[in-house]
Design a protein around this ligand. Structure first.
Ligand SMILES: [Zn+2]
Length: 363
């Protein structure tokens, strides 16, 4: 590329746009217009709406309170949104597969037995006994799967909590992109490093793998699997992940918050000296109690009448020793990692259901 091809003026506001290997698709920092690598406008740029900075901050405080952090002693240094680029690739696919299925059939064999009738006479009679035989059958099938495949538009991201954020991201919930929102929140805006065509190819591979896995799950052994996949033009979307930094006793801790739900996806929580001592004591007590249970159990198990109780006590003792690892490990840690992932996943399921319902209703 020559120098002239690397920069160009925004056709909407005249500002200078600069291409680089990390900025293949660029959004004008002044007016929010988006261009691809050939400086052609990218239509239909979308974003995921975010909770406000105030709400994010309040949720982090709530999260820390829940995890017993002394919130009166902390200072929140940074609450910043990072707008991460994605391509949503709409696709249609049809899969034909062939393989071997494991089944069983019922067979019968003739057996004889001795029976006594009401008069006390015994005689021998024959009867049919059922038994199961494993059989292998050829099976072919097909299914269609349409939808959207999300592709991250950066090759590497080092954001704290990113994989948690990514795993629950619900990209269907988009609105038109508005650069003012990004600017107002003093956010970090990230351009795409992956072109639309590259995103389509990556989506293609992901869809094919998923189809293969789905076919394989229906059979004992998958022999052949062919997917016919068509990918459409992708939609450019920015999703907000908030990074929050707070300080306690001169140490900095990180918390990441998903912008759409406002919930913590991952957060560092300090453990106080008091909590560490409690955990340590708890671990020691657990070990002692387990040892006593085990010893009593061994003695009881030697006597026939109490053998069952003895074995139960031995098992309890072993479980107790195993469980003591948890508080002991906590006692030697300075901080913990917590999240509200369960809540987020639950919310996602609810909104997915609602979206599906709306789709059905709309038809
Ligand atoms: Zn512009």
């Amino acid at each position: 590329m020559t120098e002239s091809k690397l920069t160009k003026n925004c056709s909407t506001c005249g500002a200078v746009l600069k291409l680089s290997p990390e900025n293949i698709v660029i959004t004008c920092e002044y007016c929010g217009e988006t261009y691809d690598v050939n400086f052609t406008k990218v239509a239909g740029h979308k974003m995921i709406p975010t909770k406000s900075q105030k709400e994010v901050r309040a949720n982090v405080v709530e999260f820390l309170k829940k995890n017993r952090t002394d919130i009166n002693s902390i200072s929140i240094d940074e609450v910043k949104a990072n707008y991460i680029p994605y391509w949503i690739v709409p696709f249609k696919s049809h899969t034909e597969y062939y393989g071997v299925e494991r089944g069983s059939v019922t067979r019968y064999r003739t057996k004889t037995r001795t029976v006594t009738d009401s008069n006390g006479n015994t005689k021998t009679e024959t009867y049919q006994e059922a038994y199961q035989v494993t059989v292998w059958r050829d099976r072919s099938g097909n299914f269609s799967r349409n939808g959207n495949q999300n592709v991250m538009a950066r090759k590497h991201t080092a954001f704290y909590g990113f994989s948690e954020f990514n795993s629950t991201l619900f990209l269907e919930n988009v609105v038109d992109f508005d650069f003012n929102i990004v600017k107002d929140a003093n956010s970090e805006f990230i351009n795409a490093e992956v072109e639309p065509h590259e995103a389509q190819m990556e989506a293609y591979g992901d869809i094919e793998n998923k189809n293969r896995a789905m076919a394989a799950s229906r059979l004992h052994k998958l022999v052949r699997c062919d997917s016919e996949i068509t990918v459409q033009n992708p939609l450019y979307v920015h999703a907000p992940l908030w990074s929050v930094r707070y300080r306690l006793n001169d140490k900095v801790y990180k918390v990441s918050v998903a912008g759409d739900s406002g919930k913590v996806v991952k957060g560092e929580v300090p453990i106080t000296m008091k909590q560490r001592i409690i955990n340590y004591a708890l671990g020691i007590v657990l070990i002692l109690v387990s040892a006593i249970l085990g010893t009593v159990g061994i003695n009881l198990s030697g006597v026939e009448d109490t053998a069952a109780i003895g074995i139960i006590l031995i098992i309890l003792g072993i479980i107790g020793i195993g469980c003591s690892v948890l508080p002991i490990r906590k006692a030697f840690k300075m901080q913990l990692e917590k999240s509200s992932m369960k809540e987020i996943k639950k919310d996602r399921r609810v909104s997915l259901k609602a979206a599906k319902k709306a789709l059905r209703g709309g038809k």
